[in-house]
Write a protein of this length. Structure first.
Length: 331
């Protein structure tokens, strides 16, 4: 009993370490990028996507390295289902309404759905995610990033044009921001964040494996629910706060962008190290549910370009139904 309690404490502490380390690492990387002259647009797009998804990515990497690929696949698929049906469901219920732009929904929603379909295709035809699958995902994510950056630049240029002073007005000149230097402190904190991620994710996988073994729970179930929900805390915080403050595009964009990153990079990079096999139950149930909740979300939003409180309840009921069937019936 004492050992079980110790493992639960390790699991909770490792989650806190992973989330805090991801926060530190991304913040410092942004500072380094700014000092190197990388545009704020590129930093914003990449840091936003990577920041909330680093826990899932780190967990999948550690699972692959330490020969627990079922855990890694479970974390990614489970996190994607939870992000949409759980996080957006909760956010919509409490916020009342989450609006979305047609452009953002079309771009991010299409990529999220396409990524999930391609993953299921690889699971069906190759039995998992191998090196070739990995290359496809990485190239696709590069294309997705390029589209994001292009759209961000276009929006920035349009905004600049709109704010150009008309004839007869006095133009105010602003000094460019002084470029920061890369200090030893920034580098040190980068290393601290990276080390925290590695150690935290390793402890997370270890405690998850041990608890699953003691309780007789399949590793896939542990990954799909306990670790998936735990590593998605950054998405929950960002999405819930964004919805509450009326930053609707950010809340939906965070979830869709995170789901795309989880598959393309969260599974794509670990698959370069070793082939990631998938269980039959994941192919015939978990992956189809992931695709179903993506389509359900897109259909719910498409009706009025928003998620209502009723839509949020539908998403939450969907997640609860999936959880009961997966844990109690299919096991």
């Amino acid at each position: 009993m004492l050992w079980i309690l110790t493992l639960i404490v390790i699991l909770i502490i490792s989650l806190i370490i992973v989330i805090k380390s991801a926060d530190i690492f991304v913040d410092r990387i942004v500072e380094v990028g700014g000092a190197l002259g990388i545009s704020e647009i590129i930093l914003g797009v990449t840091a936003s996507a990577i920041g909330t998804s680093l826990p899932e990515f780190g967990s999948a990497m550690m699972a692959a390295i330490f020969n627990s690929p079922d855990l890694g696949v479970g974390v990614v698929i489970g996190s994607n289902i939870w992000n949409i049906a759980g996080i957006l469901g909760i956010s919509a219920v409490f916020a009342g309404t989450i609006r979305s732009s047609l452009k953002g929904l079309t771009r991010d929603g299409t990529f999220t759905l396409l990524t999930a379909l391609i993953l299921m295709g690889f699971m069906y035809f190759t039995g998992g995610v191998n090196a070739w699958s990995s290359l496809v995902f990485i190239v696709m994510y590069g294309i997705y990033l390029w589209i994001l950056i292009r759209d961000q630049k276009k929006e920035a240029n349009d905004k600049k044009t709109d704010e150009t002073p008309s004839r007869g007005t006095t133009e105010i000149s602003y000094r460019p921001k002084e470029k920061k230097k890369i200090t030893p402190s920034i580098v040190a904190w980068c290393l601290v964040g990276l080390a925290g991620l590695i150690i935290g994710c390793r402890l997370l996988i270890y405690s998850g494996e041990e608890l699953a073994t003691i309780a007789g729970i399949p590793l896939m179930i542990m990954g799909l629910f306990t670790l998936a929900i735990g590593t998605s805390i950054p998405e929950l915080v960002v999405t819930f706060n964004s919805a509450r403050k009326g930053l609707h595009d950010l809340s939906i964009g965070t979830v869709l962008g995170s789901n795309t990153f989880n598959i393309m990079i969260g599974l794509g990079i670990p698959a370069l190290i070793m082939e990631i096999p998938t269980e039959q139950i994941s192919l015939i149930f978990d992956a189809p549910v992931m695709i179903f909740v993506i389509i359900l979300l897109l259909l719910l939003i498409k009706r009025g370009m928003k998620l209502t409180r009723i839509d949020g309840l539908i998403l939450l009921i969907t997640y609860i139904t999936y959880s009961v069937i997966r844990i109690a019936i299919l096991g």
